[in-house]
Design a protein around this ligand. Structure first.
Ligand SMILES: NC(=O)c1ccc[n+]([C@@H]2O[C@H](COP(=O)([O-])OP(=O)(O)OC[C@H]3O[C@@H](n4cnc5c(N)ncnc54)[C@H](OP(=O)(O)O)[C@@H]3O)[C@@H](O)[C@H]2O)c1
Length: 303
């Protein structure tokens, strides 16, 4: 089968479309998925390029491989159709469509991959497959912070980095919970996020952003580019500060909730561009530039 493999850490030129052995079911709880879409995420960028400095880089190399990614087939999250299941699989059957994330294992940039049913993999309907591909990364991460416990109707919420996959998802979910959300992003992207209905937008390069007012119930740094002090300068006394710097969990039950919201039209993921498979280097270059708006996908198989 065809897969995109990486033989050393680096930019998009280190990725090659190659012929590899087809994966096979080994455990009774394994699911073999034929890939349809792959989401290009900040997680892929950090792992593939090792663009992280300090002690974190050392830790990442210990986890993902010293000189090259231990899992040479890249792509941590995507969607597809089940082609075969192990004898004990209960969650899905051949022919079902699914969306999934496997940050540690990767392997989504391929004709097929094996995912264990105990991992974060959930059934979706075919009609929402493209949009559902965005849920396991940005939406699931955002939901860890922005959820029914933290957001109440009428709350004033400030989202720093609302143009990213996490930030746009946080905006979408917070608006759904009835919050009045101010989105902080580059001015040229205001129009691109308008479908998510922010109450207000603010350019992070403007004077207004440099004159904080303590008026928000919740401030969420969704991009990890702000100090706690800067973020807290926008908070009301007693308000809640949250940052994407804190680790999140890939939770299958929360993914199910997001799928339900998507099916009901309550959330509307932002997809900036869908690249065909043969433009995989272009798609990765777009990702590595760090300015994408919402999500970018690779359509692996248009059938
Ligand atoms: N803790 C976790 O478990 C977890 C989970 C998911 C993601 N993350 C991390 O969270 C970060 C964001 O992820 P993501 O997927 O949302 O990234 P992304 O989709 O690549 O988005 C980054 C966005 O932020 C904008 N941006 C850059 N500098 C900014 C600034 N100073 N203020 C406001 N916006 C700015 C960029 O556009 P412009 O540069 O054009 O403004 C871009 O639209 C990444 O570092 C990722 O690794 C952590």
């Amino acid at each position: 089968m065809k897969a995109i493999i990486q033989s050393r850490y680096g930019d998009e030129t280190t990725l090659k479309l190659s012929d590899v052995k087809c994966p096979s079911i080994k455990k009774p709880t394994d699911i073999n998925v034929a890939i349809k879409y792959v989401n290009m995420t900040a997680g892929d960028m950090h792992i593939n390029t090792m663009d992280i400095g300090g002690p974190m880089r050392l830790m990442m190399k210990l986890i993902f491989g010293w000189k090259r990614p231990r899992k040479s087939i890249r792509g941590i999250t995507g969607s597809g159709v089940v082609i075969e299941t192990g004898a004990a699989v209960k969650k899905v059957k051949p022919g079902d469509y699914v969306t999934f994330i496997q940050s540690l294992n990767a392997g989504a940039l391929a004709d097929a991959m094996i995912i264990n049913e105990k991992r974060t993999i959930q059934q979706v309907s075919k009609v929402i497959l493209e949009a559902a591909t965005t849920l396991p990364f940005g939406y699931l991460s955002a939901m860890h912070f922005i959820n029914a416990e933290t957001i109440k109707p009428g709350m004033k919420v400030l989202i720093l980095g609302a143009s990213g996959s996490v930030g746009s998802a946080a905006l979408d979910i917070a608006v759904q919970f009835g919050a009045s959300v101010t989105a902080v992003l580059r001015a040229k992207n205001f129009d691109k996020i308008s479908t998510l209905n922010p109450h207000a937008t603010m350019d992070y390069q403007s004077d207004a952003f440099n004159t904080p007012s303590k008026m928000y119930d919740v401030v969420f740094d969704a991009v990890n580019k702000y100090s706690k002090k800067t973020a807290q300068s926008w908070l009301k006394p007693g308000g809640a500060y949250m940052t994407i710097k804190k680790a999140t969990r890939e939770d299958p039950m929360k993914l199910n909730q997001l799928i339900e919201w998507l099916e009901a039209g309550k959330i509307q993921p932002l997809i900036e561009h869908v690249y065909p498979k043969n433009e995989y280097q272009k798609a990765h270059r777009h990702l590595y530039q760090g300015h994408k708006v919402g999500n970018i996908l690779i359509q692996w198989d248009p059938t």
